[in-house]
Unconditional design. Structure first.
Length: 297
């Protein structure tokens, strides 16, 4: 069922553009295709020394530079697929009061995988000399670094104690990695849109848990991993995945604050995934391109 749903998503998202048919062929024959036809292909596959024609340079829609724009029906299908899988499979496997940390452990194991897929494909493009987008590598690594700390926090809380939970989460993650690699090669906008839905569900899951368990969480101490990451760690990597020019500095006094910080991180990922579907560039505080009030420096 999992693979069938994603196959549908994949086929629908690629049907609207010739990008799919040409994506792989373009790796070796990009220039002729661009010169002799009006076939669209992603700049991800361009040779860096290709001179853009005048039509391309006038095209200000960023999503046509690195992927193919999605129709509303494809976005709806992505939303349905993720909602269906989470509501009918994931939540059933990890249902029950005492299964919250296991559920979050599995969520973090699986939901961070797309960032590895993006990095892998971007590295492949660099190896082939077809794509130079170092900023994307930095951004997606910073996102994976953030998600890794979510996972470490869940492990410290005991979410990975059962072999069966580790087995399910890690095997799903393995298949998900390959699927997202494929989607990212075919159409990065599709891969980003799908992950936007996943991150949106992650945000909603944490938000619901916070509302239902606020008093209990406030009586418990923050895990050491959370203090190391949010308070005492090098905040460069933390700032690097905030693409809204937002200076976030979570206050961590107890376990409630930790879950608030994680929930807000998930929303930052949602915003980043949404932005990358329509804009090629972004700014982080570390770039010096954001206006940050002196009081926040
Ligand atoms: Fe996370
Ligand atoms: Fe996430």
């Amino acid at each position: 069922m999992f693979h069938l749903l994603f196959a549908c998503v994949c086929l629908s998202s690629t049907h609207q553009s010739p990008i799919t048919a040409n994506a792989f062929a373009s790796l070796s024959t990009t220039l002729p295709l661009a010169k002799h036809g009006h076939i669209f292909y992603p700049s991800a596959l361009h040779s860096s020394n290709v001179i853009p024609d005048s039509k391309e340079s006038l095209d200000t829609n960023p999503s046509t530079k690195f992927g193919s724009p999605l129709s509303d029906s494809v976005k709806d299908l992505n939303r349905f697929a993720i909602g269906f899988l989470k509501g009918n499979l994931f939540d059933n496997i990890f249902s029950g009061e005492d299964r919250a940390y296991a559920r979050f452990y599995a969520l973090e194991t699986i939901a961070r995988v797309p960032y590895f897929s993006y990095l892998s494909v971007l590295h492949l493009y660099e190896t082939l000399g077809k794509w130079r987008k170092a900023k994307y590598l930095k951004l997606h690594f910073a996102e994976s670094w953030n998600e890794m700390h979510h996972l470490l926090i869940m492990e410290e809380l005991g979410g990975n104690e059962r072999f069966s939970d580790r087995f399910v989460a890690q095997h799903v993650a393995f298949g998900y990695f390959a699927l997202v690699c494929f989607l990212y090669v075919v159409n990065p906008v599709e891969a980003y849109n799908l992950n936007q839905e996943v991150e949106q569900h992650a945000f909603a899951t944490y938000d619901e848990y916070l509302k239902e368990n606020a008093e209990m969480l406030k009586t418990k101490p923050a895990p050491k991993t959370a203090i190391d990451y949010y308070i005492e760690g090098d905040m460069y990597m933390f700032d690097e995945f905030q693409t809204e020019c937002e200076m976030r500095r979570p206050e961590i006094k107890n376990l409630y604050d930790v879950f608030v910080a994680i929930r807000d991180d998930e929303m930052a990922h949602v915003k980043t995934m949404e932005r990358l579907q329509t804009e090629l560039d972004y700014s982080s505080i570390n770039d010096g391109e954001c206006l940050v009030p002196d009081s926040q420096n």
